[in-house]
Design a protein around this ligand. Structure first.
Ligand code: RIB
Length: 314
């Protein structure tokens, strides 16, 4: 069976649950928990638990956080390829409010030292039909290297352009077969690459043809999936490359969920989408998107990031 290969970040998440997200100068009381995270690792766990044979390529320090990554990969059956570097393992400080919304500060640490050559070597053997999934919490040359390795092998290259504050250039976009921004990331990409300023909060209210036109300008050769939180997601394919769908663009509504914590929901979506593409390459794309939406919804019903990923049986 085809595999999912994720290259990206591992973080030790430090999470405070608070009634409201802190304003500048505020001191709040909250409850604290720690656990594994990082967009790359969350996506790898999601892909694995969604049923795909999964490799995770990252950089770790030589510390307790690194051991946590190794133990969790072993427990979940993830094939870990980790460079050990002279930086502490990545960390994230996360506040989660009573509605499950979050804000995050990253200490990239070892993630910032992920070398392109290490990534390329770890992706050796990637084959047609495999799915390579990357995000933007790693050096951009390493991200580009992973996308290139995927495309050279005829694998599907998925770029999850998260977080939104990392700017990417045109050549990076050109390397992606599939782009999966959330509304904030899409807003930033549209401003930078299409030259239109549209507020992230206004994205879900745009009509389908307008969203489709923006997606086509942004990634003329590839599929764009814009995740819109409680409004579900929007899919846009290039004409003539519909990935088994019958329409070039459509909306998929959100799966209902008893939301506890949205941290990692986007990662759940991306990992599950990658797994679905690897496991059932002949199914229509809309089926993969629906599966990923259900998977992400279930992930929001548990606190935490990587450990909130559901298993296939759920
Ligand atoms: O997407 C959620 C993740 O973002 C968290 O686990 C945190 O580590 C940051 O990378």
């Amino acid at each position: 069976m085809a595999r999912v290969l994720v290259a990206g970040s591992f973080n030790v998440d430090h999470v405070w649950r608070v009634a409201t997200l802190p304003a500048p100068g505020a001191t709040l009381s909250g409850s604290y928990a720690t656990g594994p995270g990082g967009k790359g690792f969350n996506q790898a766990v999601a892909a694995r638990r969604a049923g795909a044979t999964t490799r995770f390529v990252c950089a770790l320090g030589d510390d307790v956080g690194a051991q946590l990554a190794r133990d969790l990969c072993a427990a979940d059956g993830i094939d870990l390829h980790a460079a050990v570097v002279a930086e502490p393992t990545g960390t994230a400080g996360i506040y989660v409010d009573a509605q499950g919304r979050n804000c995050i500060v990253i200490g990239s640490g070892a993630n910032g030292a992920l070398a392109p050559a290490f990534v390329t070597a770890a992706l050796e053997g990637v084959a047609a039909g495999d799915v390579v999934l990357v995000q933007l919490e790693s050096p951009l040359d390493a991200v580009a290297g992973a996308l290139e390795a995927a495309r050279a092998a005829g694998a599907t290259a998925i770029l999850n352009p998260a977080p939104a504050n990392v700017a990417i250039d045109e050549p990076m976009l050109v390397r992606a077969d599939l782009l999966t921004p959330n509304e904030t990331e899409f807003s930033a990409l549209v401003a930078r690459h299409v030259g239109e300023r549209i507020d992230a909060d206004a994205m879900s209210g745009l009509d389908q043809q307008r969203l489709h036109a923006l997606c086509r300008e942004l990634l003329p050769h590839g599929t764009v999936v814009v995740t819109l939180g409680a409004s579900g997601c929007f899919v846009s394919h290039p004409e003539g490359a519909l990935r088994g769908d019958t329409a070039a663009c459509y909306r998929v509504s959100a799966e209902p969920a008893q939301v506890v914590d949205t941290t990692g929901a986007g990662d759940a979506f991306n990992g599950a989408l990658a797994a679905a593409l690897a496991r059932r390459p002949d199914a229509a794309f809309i089926e993969h998107v629906r599966f990923a939406g259900r998977f992400a919804a279930r992930s929001t019903e548990q606190a935490g990031a990587a450990l909130a990923m559901p298993h296939l049986t759920e």
